[in-house]
Design a protein around this ligand. Structure first.
Ligand SMILES: Cc1cc2nc3c(=O)[nH]c(=O)nc-3n(C[C@H](O)[C@H](O)[C@H](O)COP(=O)(O)OP(=O)(O)OC[C@H]3O[C@@H](n4cnc5c(N)ncnc54)[C@H](O)[C@@H]3O)c2cc1C
Length: 497
């Protein structure tokens, strides 16, 4: 077998791998990056991240300015954001994960979030203000709800992959496409000394001091999906790359790596029912047109084919519930749900940009149900009960948890509960789109993978979606890319040390 030598091999070419490779390079290592996909499919889920939001701690505008040096003062004058402290981020992470996020990992993510986005900007990755998360006010200012992500990478996930690629090329870092990690090579003490890779010309072995596994979750592997997530998940749609097939999970376990986290859980969101089997983040993935996210349900109700509601649509801002709501939809008959709105809410719904999708519209609720081909009586009864339960005791407010709730309705709606009574009525069909899996490898705060004796495996590091223990049950929006960048930077530095 052909052999080569370097200091650090980085596996993958998404945000986590790119951050790891650059951090290892900055620490003086000779780096080879291997990516299983061909160049035109590079970048994994990172490429598919349309929002490409980066959740991070900040003390307000003064901290944001260095991330966005191109934004003029006149624009900053219209921006109204509250500080998002380390305590806020930690509390949000723990709240949505039901207190299960491993504290030392959660602390790393929170503590390093701001220094890491600063480092990315200083390294050459560009950000923009995420106006999609803002609500304009009458004075022409823009307001974000507390905890909403404020920045995203320029030109979305594709821009992020391309931006990192430009940085890596500028520093002549060796990148190999169509090269997949196949087997870790170890010495007699169990330390990693190399990696066998599959290339179009057969296998090669790269001998090295360290390997960083940053090759994504197992969401694109139907066999692992049904094994770990359960029945029905083998046929669920994936929002991202078809190359994230859990290879890193498998080869690391073959050499005794410890696994951790919510292997039965995943990030899954409401997406358009017409999304593709893979790359389902866009109705047209090739041109990145027509995002499939369906995140406006908090302004209306969501029913299944029986016409029944099945969640509290107003539990919280979608940023804190969207990642678990897809799982609830997958549990419904045919894994389909319908988001239903009346005209009062269409301005707020419009901000979610449901472009390119099939909109079903009718003057009466009965006609709407008939067009949707759902149970008409069940649906009419649901809306009647829901409307009767709307307390209507305070004003509707998009940027706060307004407490406008229902009473005596199951499930309740806790916020933003307004009657569905002003036609024409509008509905959108959606399904649950799998974004990424939560279960992964156990790493320490250096992002070094632990063995089953809780000891670091010499020469083995992991970053990004492949790491377990960060997210359980649910996830605060914009944390996946931040987790990838934070763990990538830490893993790259540690691997080079
Ligand atoms: C539609 C969509 C929207 C999203 N929006 C956001 C958002 O706004 N904010 C946010 O924080 N997160 C978002 N996410 C989640 C985010 O994309 C991921 O959490 C993050 O990109 C994961 O980065 P990663 O580098 O760990 O994995 P990936 O980006 O998936 O990269 C893994 C790479 O490894 C490669 N690979 C796999 N197996 C092998 C192998 N055997 N050998 C070599 N290479 C291999 C893959 O080809 C891929 O390039 C979104 C995801 C999707 C799908």
């Amino acid at each position: 077998m052909k052999t080569e030598v370097c200091d650090v091999v980085v596996v993958g070419f998404g945000n986590a791998a790119q951050a790891a490779a650059f951090a290892a390079y900055q620490a003086g290592a000779k780096v080879i990056i291997i990516e299983k996909a061909p160049e035109n499919k590079r970048g994994g889920n990172t490429w598919h991240s349309h929002g490409a939001q980066f959740r991070h701690c900040h003390n307000g505008i003064a901290d944001e300015k260095p991330l966005l040096p191109h934004v003029p003062e006149s624009e900053w004058a219209k921006i109204k954001i509250e500080p998002y402290t380390q305590d806020d981020f930690y509390a949000d992470l723990m709240r949505v994960t039901r207190g299960r996020s491993i504290p030392e990992l959660a602390e790393m993510l929170v503590r390093e979030s701001y220094p890491t986005v600063r480092w990315m900007r200083e390294s050459g990755v560009e950000f923009d203000i995420l106006y999609g998360g803002a609500v304009p006010d009458k004075e022409g200012n823009f307001r974000w709800h507390h905890g909403a992500s404020f920045i995203h990478s320029k030109d979305g996930g594709a821009g992020l992959v391309t931006g990192w690629h430009r940085v890596l090329k500028k520093h002549n870092i060796d990148i190999r496409f169509e090269t997949g990690a196949a087997k870790l090579v170890t010495d007699e003490k169990g330390g990693v000394t190399g990696l066998v890779c599959l290339t179009p010309d057969g296998y090669i072995q790269i001998n090295c001091k360290s390997v960083v596994l940053a090759c994504g979750g197992f969401q694109a592997n139907p066999a692992m999906r049904v094994q770990y997530l359960g029945a029905g998940w083998d046929v669920a749609k994936c929002r991202g790359s078809s190359y994230d097939t859990g290879d890193g999970h498998i080869i690391a376990q073959e050499i005794g790596a410890q696994v951790v986290g919510h292997w039965g859980g995943a990030h899954a969101t409401p997406i358009d029912a017409d999304a593709g089997e893979y790359e389902g983040g866009f109705l047209d993935p090739e041109t990145r047109r027509h995002r499939t996210h369906r995140y406006a349900w908090t302004w209306g109700i969501m029913v299944n084919t029986l016409g029944k509601r099945f969640i509290d649509e107003g539990e919280d801002f979608h940023a804190y519930t969207y990642a678990k709501t897809g799982q609830e939809i997958v549990k419904q008959p045919s894994a389909v749900a319908y988001q239903v709105f009346d005209q009062k809410m269409m301005e707020a719904v419009g901000r979610q940009k449901y472009s390119g999708c099939v909109e079903v519209k009718a003057d009466t609720l009965k006609e709407l149900a008939e067009q949707l081909e759902i149970n008409v009586d069940g649906f009419l009864q649901t809306v009647e009960e829901y409307n009767a339960g709307c307390l209507n005791d305070r004003p509707f407010n998009e940027v706060t948890r307004d407490g406008l709730a229902t009473k005596g309705v199951t499930p309740p709606k806790t916020n933003w509960a307004t009657k569905i009574d002003k036609g024409p009525f509008v509905a959108y069909a959606c399904t649950g789109g799998l974004t990424f899996t939560f279960g992964g490898l156990r790493v320490d705060p250096n992002c070094q993978v632990l063995n089953k004796l809780n000891r670091p495996i010499r020469g083995l590091y992991a970053a990004g979606e492949i790491t377990g223990g960060f997210f359980y049950y649910n996830y605060p929006s914009g944390s996946g890319l931040t987790r990838g960048a934070v763990t990538g930077r830490v893993a790259g530095r540690s691997a080079a040390a």
